[in-house]
Design a protein around this ligand. Structure first.
Ligand code: NDP
Length: 448
């Protein structure tokens, strides 16, 4: 059920529901945005008059293709590849590629839709897109991953370009996969351009891109704590889900800010280390060996491993940072976190909290940072990588990090101020949606 009163928004949502059957994640993301922007749409009839919301909820282009590749035994395999180019009102399409067996049109469309508002919030000129495949990189050899990536790019290259659409990494796509895809693009198109971000430093990559989403998340949280609760990360106990790119660098930056992270997880289970997660061990297992999180408990005395990823939210903490995947915190997990005294929850992953979970946090006065604001550091630094590529320059770590920090602080204030202006003070979910929406909607109005 959508909780809006505007007849216009209700009818737009009914159309979205009718046109996208069997796509719950996409409908969930659209519903949240429509609920948030209702006061804006009521105040500005020009959006309805120009059909802005109908246009925003329909992707400009959705590409679906087959990705044939051969495994190490010589057998032919076929996966499905996708790219959604959601909205280009404020800049070329930009958004990550996800390789995970759960990838399907609903997931790709929810991510592309969210990306449109997130990119707008960064203040940079980037439209929204997302893509990926149901290919599972787990357990595949480097050669298999390479053959898959090359086949994927052989088709994708028709639709992207450094002024058109610039993909990046996401779940299952890190430096290795970006490298294989970049090499294939260059080979086919005979051009060395910044068509992908997250590149190796020797091929036009940016310092801080690897750390950006996790670091950015913590810059956002630090600002939110200070401005909304007169608090800081120092001395706080933190639980984090996931053990991939976002989780690892969120753990690192939380440590820099004086907090202690006591959990890490993957899709099989989670570890609790009351002494604080040993980052060197975590990085070795996940970044070097591509192993499972259960390994951690075997190597670090005093830590415990538990089967089942949901259990991570039963661990007592001051601050919870979901950094794995969508819908990881439901109403019940949210209530457990509240009962255990959580004061802030900030999303490192995309849409990790269900609508019921968000309601529990907001009702109980927990500071809640939505992913499209708090995890925007990754795409923001991708935007900085594009700036450096255009200028054929490389900035230092400190320069990029300082720009990232400023962008995250600005995103917090844009979201906070928009919430206040439209009568939903302290609701950063609504504030982020409104601030992200306004820039895109006004660009669409201007372009006709
Ligand atoms: P990685 O592939 O590096 O890591 C993903 C982590 O999440 C792994 O620990 C993985 O465990 C776990 N995970 C994935 N799917 C599930 C699942 N269904 N249930 C439980 N755990 C799961 O991805 P990233 O760290 O890059 O991305 C994490 C999240 O952050 C995603 O939502 C992504 O969209 C979002 N994000 C990423 C950005 C980036 O710059 N990388 C930018 C902004 C948002 P396992 O190994 O078992 O699969």
């Amino acid at each position: 059920m959508i909780s809006i009163t505007s007849t216009y928004l209700k009818s737009v949502y009914a159309t979205v529901e009718r046109r996208n059957p069997g796509e719950p994640e996409f409908l969930q993301a659209v519903r949240e945005v429509l609920e948030s922007i209702e006061p804006v749409v009521i105040k500005h009839p020009e959006y309805e008059k120009n059909g802005i919301i109908e246009r925003l909820t329909e992707p400009e282009r959705f590409i679906h293709f087959s990705v044939p590749w051969t495994d190490d035994k010589g057998a032919m395999r076929v996966n499905r590849g996708y790219r959604v180019q959601f909205n280009s009102a404020i800049g070329p399409y930009k958004g990550g590629l996800r390789l995970h067996p759960s990838v399907c049109p609903s997931i790709i469309k929810f991510l592309g839709f969210e990306q449109t508002f997130k990119n707008s919030l960064t203040g940079l000129s980037m439209g929204g897109a997302k893509g990926g495949s149901d290919f599972d990189p787990k357990g595949k050899s480097d050669a298999e991953v390479m053959r898959f990536c090359q086949s994927f790019m052989t088709e994708l290259q028709r639709y992207i370009g450094s002024w058109t659409d610039i993909p990046a990494g996401d779940i299952g796509v890190g430096g290795r996969e970006i490298g294989f895809m970049f090499g294939q693009y260059k080979r086919i198109r005979n051009e060395f351009t910044g068509v992908l971000t997250g590149k190796h430093l020797a091929s036009g990559g940016s310092l801080v891109r690897t750390e950006a989403t996790g670091y950015g998340l913590l810059y956002f949280v630090e600002e939110m704590l200070e401005r909304m609760k007169n608090e800081s990360m120092k001395g706080k106990t933190v639980t984090i889900s996931g053990s991939g790119n976002v989780a690892i660098y969120a753990t690192e930056k939380a440590g820099h800010l004086g907090a202690k992270v006591i959990t890490a997880s993957d899709s099989n289970g989670y570890v609790v280390d009351k002494n604080g997660i040993d980052l060197a061990v975590l990085k070795q297992i996940k970044e070097v060996e591509r192993g499972r999180i259960s390994e951690y408990a075997k190597r670090v005395p005093g830590s415990e491993y538990h089967e089942g990823w949901e259990g991570v939210w039963t661990v007592k903490c001051n601050i919870a940072l979901p950094c794995a995947t969508q819908n990881e915190i439901d109403g019940k997990s949210a209530q457990t976190l509240v009962d255990n005294g959580v004061i802030a929850v900030a999303e490192g992953s995309n849409m990790p909290t269900t609508p019921e979970g968000i309601e529990v946090f907001l009702k109980n006065g927990v500071l809640f940072a939505p992913g499209k604001a708090s995890n925007a550091g990754g795409v923001a630094t991708s935007g900085l990588e594009m700036c450096q590529n255009s200028q054929r320059e490389s900035w230092t770590f400190e320069e990029v990090d300082a720009k990232l920090k400023k962008i995250m602080i600005d995103i917090f204030h844009r979201s906070y101020d928009a919430a206040e202006k439209y009568g939903v003070k302290d609701n950063l979910v609504a504030g982020a949606n409104i601030a992200g929406f306004l820039k895109v909607a006004n660009a669409m109005l201007w372009q006709g």
